[in-house]
Design a protein around this ligand. Sequence first.
Ligand code: GLN
Length: 440
Amino acid sequence: MNTQQKLKKYLEEIEKNDKKGKKINAFLQLNSDALEDAKKIDEKIKKGVAGKLAGKIIAVKANINVRGMNISCASKVLENYKAPYNATVIEKIKKQDGLIIGIANCDEFACGSSGETSAFGPTKNPQCLELIPGGSSSGSAASVSADFCDMALGSDTGGSIRNPASHCGVVGVKPTYSSVSRYGLIDLAMSFDQIGPFAKNVLDVSLLLSVIQGKNFCDSISQKSKIINLKEIDKIPQNLKVGLLDFPIQDNNIQKLINKKIQKACEKYNWEIKKIKIPYLDLAIATYYPLVYVEFFSATRKLDGRRYGKKIEEVCGPEVLRRILGGSEIAKAEHQGRYYYQALKVRRLIKEEFRKAFTNVDCIISPTVPRLPHKIKEKISVEEMYDYDALTIPSNLAGNCSISIPVGKINKIPVGMQIMCDKFQDEKMLQIARSIEKLG
Ligand code: GLN
């Protein structure tokens, strides 16, 4: 099937089930030039001059700038904002002939774990339509899971790629902090955010990650890293020491599923398995939120209604407002040293504990999310919502890389396994994920 045929098939499926039929609501906007772009890509393929992503059809989260598209962050604030430039990751994708099919729904300004805070309606979980797909990159995960595209880009501040990947039964990667340029990403919290890929399998996320990685002068934080060698991903790592995270979670059935899978992998590949405790992990959520609130408060000061769109406090939803008000309070001079600096201290401790742990093991395995997704519109408390990210936040605090891969189902609901590796060990992490994926 060439790119044009594949695109048509996806567009038909979107037409049938995104706003009508199953009403997934994964897309906020489709690329009206997509057919034209697909034609050009097919011509390049014919001539044998096409890039690495030729033939791949990709959705982009609504907080990553794509020139000419409406990058609203799923918010009324930027409802009419048209991106005047491409984020670095988009330039890289286009250079390798990836085709952007549309802009994916998400939680408003990436604040959320369920996809329900979007100003343009929640996204449904394509695997179980009455349930949330997870968030905040809800539309990115759902579009891959619903077979609307091959791949997607999301952003992960505290779990927003891995969490919806887990709930929707797809693969999602949070790369090492600073290994992918954030230029053109509309920040939630810049010391945590990382753009990363979603796909249906490990080889495809590896391909997309190998394209978007690398240092770029527009993002001074971005660093040069070992670019993923796709030929290496299919190799089974030898003499691997696997750390199985010892951390109590709400749903024991999820833990059992993870344990069973990792035991199977260790037996088959002769990997050594060790139970591992990371001190202070129970403080991860309490550490993450004050930092995110303050960074988000700061990042949103430019949304004052004069330059871009509307004044954020006047039109945003309750979760975004909570963070802005909370951030402005925590950042007050009279609280200096109380919350923000305490949180920075604990962040440093957690970072250090991970550094120590990775001198003993090659990777750390855990469930991606400690519980199964709730029903759309079901009332849960703010604390319960924040708890979804108990196991994903630690990697963002430490800056490590991590991935979620589907490993089974409980009551027909997909469950993801998280594999965490040390900074800049993304290639090894993908190898481990691929080896586990191969078990079927
Ligand atoms: N759910 C977390 C939050 O609301 C993570 C969000 C994200 O990773 N963008 O902050």
